[in-house]
Structure formats: structure tokens, C-alpha cells
Design a protein around this ligand. Structure first.
Ligand code: XIL
Length: 354
């Protein structure tokens, strides 16, 4: 006869079994995302990823383009100061991409959140010269090795009605630093596609409009902007149709578009959240599907690439340190490399529309 302790232990054992079974479930056999579409599928890379065989096998199966997640930024390159740029890790990305026949997208030359300290001691004239020299050195070094650059990252404020005030704009002018960065990048790498990149363009329509007005101004001023980068860290609660509207407005400028950092968090940090997980997954797959549809609807020459900001949920910047709730599923694959509903949302649209 079963005693009480055994009865109590049974559900626990069952739960443990289920967890074990879940961990053992083999990955469903799915097609490589890059095989479904005629444009590049991208993800971000960090220097430790090539040592992770599961990441390498997912990346080589699904993507054809890489964006350095951190180690091609000024914060890394100038970690030892202006006079001692370090290129070891960006160089390793170039080698990795070449070995796997992937394109490399450079990210990012000029960003309001970086470089303030390294440039702080310079007077106006030396500041401008150092700005030019940084772009010449970095974009020049990777000429012919990267296919494109985010030349200026995140120029518009969060509220979305103006451009950011930052060390670059204070020294070189509000549109001035942006135009100058594009001109310098063009001179250093005449063949790279040069992007202006920002986030919340579809989440916050006012920000999307301000960004597109800036792009128009740059084009009118003759700045060599070659593409629009929309990070697409999606807010899954935005109304249906809002993504499509932004993409249509962006497309009307005629430039190639890069969905440059897609992820779609299930969390809401703004309020007490009563949505069930299933509701959130439905919102997430709905919005990701809408984005994929809108991208597929672009003329072929405007589809630069479709990049997810990480492959497995646990790789995501949204799942690091204090931000990690252990539950979020912002990316196409789970921690074990198995496809999430987000994968199916993307693959479903890519398959149906090709
Ligand atoms: C993030 C990376 O994912 C993090 O690992 C890093 O610590 C900070 O930057 N917009 C961008 C990206 O353009 O470079 C950011 O990436 C995410 C927001």
C-alpha cells in the first residue's frame, strides 16, 4: 500500500519527469529561415558565440548575415582611448563571416551613447578632426569586408519629436554631425550601404515620422545615406496595422530597408500585466507576422535584410542580468535551440509569400 509520503512525492516526481521530457524533446525539423527568402536573414554575434556549437549550427542553418552585437562599437574599439583603437574582435568577426560565407553588417560608427569620454579632452577643431579620423580608420579598415554600416545610430529622442542633444550634436551641429558622419563613411568605404538606424519607429508613430523627415532632409542635403535601419524591438501591444503603416511610409522614400534588431518581448514593464501567456504569444506572433508581411511586400531592391537580435531567448539582451525574468521569449528559438511560436510566425509568412 502507498503511504502518505509516497502520495505526496508522486506529483513532484511527475513534474520532474515532465521537465526532463521537455528538456529531452528533440528540435522539430524546420527549414533554415535563409532558405525561404531571396534576401539575407541576419542575427547578431558576440565574440564568444563561435565557441558555442549549438549557436554555430543554428546560425549556419538560418542566417546569411551577421551584425556584431557590441564589439564593433566605439565603446569597444576605443576602450583604451583614442590613440589605441582595438580591432582584434571585430577582425575575428570578419574572419568568421568569411569562413561561413555570410555578409557582415557594421554596427555602429556614431552613437549618442558612446564616445563622450574618449572625445572629452578635445577642443572644437581637434574634436572634428578626431571624429573624421575615427570614421576614416574604422570604416577604412573594414572597406570591402563589411557590406554596410549603421553610420549613425539612434538620432531621435524617445519622445520622438526632436533629435537628441549629445556630445556629437553640440560640437558639430544637430543635423551637422549626421551629415558629416555619412560623408566621412562614404569617403572611407565607397561601396558600403550606409544606414541611419533607430528604434521604436513603428512602436511610436511620432518618432517614426521625425526619423523619416530626418532621412528626407539628409537626402536633400546630398548626404550619401543608402538605407533605413529599423531596429524593431517590437512592442507587441501596438495596434494591428501600425507596423504596416510605418513600413509603407518608410518605403516611399525609395531606400533599402533593414529590419536590423528584431525582438519581441512578452513582458510589459509599464503596468501590472493581466494578459495570459497565450494572449501575449498571440500578440507577439501577430505583430512579428505583420512585420514579416510588410517586409515581404517591399519591392525586391528595398529588402536589404531581416535581422533578429539573437537566435535563442537566452542569448537576448532582454534576458541578461537584472532584466532577466527567466520566462521571456523574445526570439525565434528557445534555450535549447528549438523553434518558438515566433519562428513559425516568420517562417509561415516567408513560405506563403515567396
Ligand atoms: C545592445 C546589446 O544587445 C547589448 O549586449 C549591449 O550591452 C548594449 O547594446 N540598440 C542598438 C544595439 O543599436 O546596439 C543595442 O544592443 C540594443 C539597442
Amino acid at each position: 500500500m502507498l503511504d502518505r509520503r509516497a502520495l505526496l512525492a508522486a506529483p513532484l516526481a511527475l513534474a520532474a519527469c515532465e521537465r526532463f521530457a521537455e528538456a529531452q524533446t528533440p528540435a522539430r525539423d524546420v527549414p533554415g529561415l535563409k532558405t525561404l527568402v531571396p534576401f539575407p536573414i541576419g542575427t547578431c554575434i558576440r565574440s564568444d558565440r563561435p565557441d558555442d556549437p549549438q549557436w554555430v549550427s543554428l546560425a549556419t542553418k538560418h542566417v546569411s548575415q551577421l551584425t556584431p552585437e557590441w564589439e564593433m562599437k566605439m565603446e569597444y574599439i576605443l576602450a583604451n582611448g583614442l590613440d589605441r583603437p582595438q580591432f582584434d574582435r571585430p577582425d575575428a568577426f570578419v574572419a568568421f563571416a568569411a569562413r561561413h560565407a555570410m555578409r557582415l553588417h557594421g554596427h555602429a560608427l556614431i552613437w549618442y551613447s558612446q564616445g563622450e569620454e574618449a572625445f572629452a579632452h578635445l577642443d572644437r577643431a581637434r574634436f572634428a578632426a578626431a571624429f573624421d579620423a575615427y570614421i576614416a580608420t574604422v570604416a577604412g579598415r573594414y572597406r570591402g569586408k563589411v557590406v554596410s554600416w549603421d553610420v549613425v545610430n539612434e538620432p531621435v529622442t524617445d519622445a520622438g519629436d526632436s533629435l537628441r542633444d549629445c556630445h556629437w550634436s553640440r560640437a558639430l551641429g544637430q543635423d551637422g554631425y549626421i551629415i558629416r558622419a555619412f560623408e566621412q563613411a562614404r569617403a572611407a568605404d565607397p561601396d558600403a550601404v550606409l544606414f541611419l538606424n533607430d528604434y521604436n519607429l513603428e512602436n511610436t508613430p511620432r518618432k517614426g515620422a521625425t526619423f523619416l523627415k530626418l532621412v528626407e532632409r539628409l537626402m536633400k542635403a546630398g548626404a550619401p545615406i543608402g538605407g533605413i535601419g529599423s531596429q524593431s524591438h517590437l512592442d507587441i501591444e501596438i495596434p494591428a496595422g501600425q507596423i504596416r503603416t510605418f513600413m509603407r511610409d518608410a518605403a516611399s522614400l525609395g531606400l533599402p530597408i533593414h529590419i536590423s534588431e528584431l525582438d519581441a518581448s512578452l513582458r510589459s514593464d509599464r503596468r501590472v500585466d493581466l494578459r495570459s501567456r497565450d494572449q501575449r504569444l498571440a500578440e507577439q506572433t501577430g505583430r512579428v507576422g505583420e512585420l514579416a508581411e510588410a517586409f515581404m511586400a517591399l519591392p525586391a531592391r528595398q529588402r536589404f535584410a531581416f535581422t533578429v537580435w539573437g537566435l535563442r531567448d537566452t542569448d537576448s539582451w532582454l534576458r541578461q542580468g537584472e532584466r532577466d525574468d527567466g520566462q521571456d521569449q523574445p526570439l525565434p528559438f528557445d534555450a535549447a535551440g528549438r523553434p518558438n511560436p515566433m519562428f513559425d510566425a516568420m517562417a509561415g509568412v516567408f513560405t506563403a509569400r515567396t
